[in-house]
Ligand binder design. Sequence first.
Ligand SMILES: [Zn+2]
Length: 121
Amino acid sequence: MHEISLVRSLVRQVDQIATDHDANADAVQDITIEIGPLSGVEPELVRMAYDQLCNQERRPPATLTIELSSLQVSCLDCESDTELQDFTFRCGQCHSGRVRVISGDEFRLLSITFEEGATLA
Ligand SMILES: [Zn+2]
């Protein structure tokens, strides 16, 4: 399961940001990430991998908040942006198949909240 390595690099990223801001990694209270439907990443597996990593490394578990992004395409014919409810990859306005994905494949860190209440993006 590749979620383990994704979560591991995510946690490294969080530690790095904490260090950059002279904060202790222990002070991280919340980690918010964004996962898109095209990322190939399962939110549940990410949560499991995160819990496992916290246990292994004896990290004080910060809350992991997962936001699911929507799948959006931009139409090359009529230039509308539409949010797709399924994987048809057709424009919601003119039904053209000439669309470009503009959102939906992300797996990224959105923000970190520290004890003092400061939120860093
Ligand atoms: Zn269109």
